[in-house]
Design a protein around this ligand. Structure first.
Ligand SMILES: [Fe+2]
Ligand SMILES: [Fe+2]
Length: 147
């Protein structure tokens, strides 16, 4: 069996269902781009896939930022900056490939995306997970007290 470009591993799991589902979707979107990387340079398909990734990225970042805001996560601002940088880059690539499908090495862009995603999840996203757990424990405690 051919291995995927972005292979999901348990170590990527935050344990937060909506976030993990988003991350898997992002992996799938990058894999779709990887599968399409050899398609003829004049084909708009690659640009369309990039636009789809851009949508997924925006949706996920919005969800994650709302979650972090609700937690009072202290590194929220830096995390948002990191999100904005990637979202802008993805938007730029989507437009670039729309205008000139051969403009930038697809392999290079895919490598960048893959590295960014795995590193961001493992380092930046994992950093807010303990705050989610603390909030869940506090909520559970609250229920016990109220009973
Ligand atoms: Fe993030
Ligand atoms: Fe994330």
């Amino acid at each position: 069996m051919m291995t995927k470009f972005m292979e999901w591993q348990d170590s990527y799991a935050t344990g937060i269902d909506a976030i993990d589902a988003d991350h898997k979707k992002l992996f799938a979107a990058v894999n779709a781009l990887h599968d399409a990387r050899d398609i003829d340079a004049g084909n708009a398909y690659f640009a369309d896939l990039f636009a789809m990734l851009s949508d997924y990225v925006d949706t996920h970042f919005a969800r994650e930022e709302e979650l972090m805001r609700g937690l009072g996560y202290p590194e929220l601002d830096a995390h948002i900056v990191s999100h904005r940088e990637l979202a802008t880059t993805v938007q730029q690539y989507a437009k670039l490939y729309r205008d000139d499908p051969g403009a930038v090495s697809r392999d290079e862009v895919l490598r960048f995306l893959g590295n960014w995603l795995s590193k961001h999840i493992m380092v930046s996203d994992m950093d807010y997970v303990p705050y989610v757990q603390t909030a869940q424990e506090a909520a559970a405690q609250g229920k016990v007290t109220a009973a």
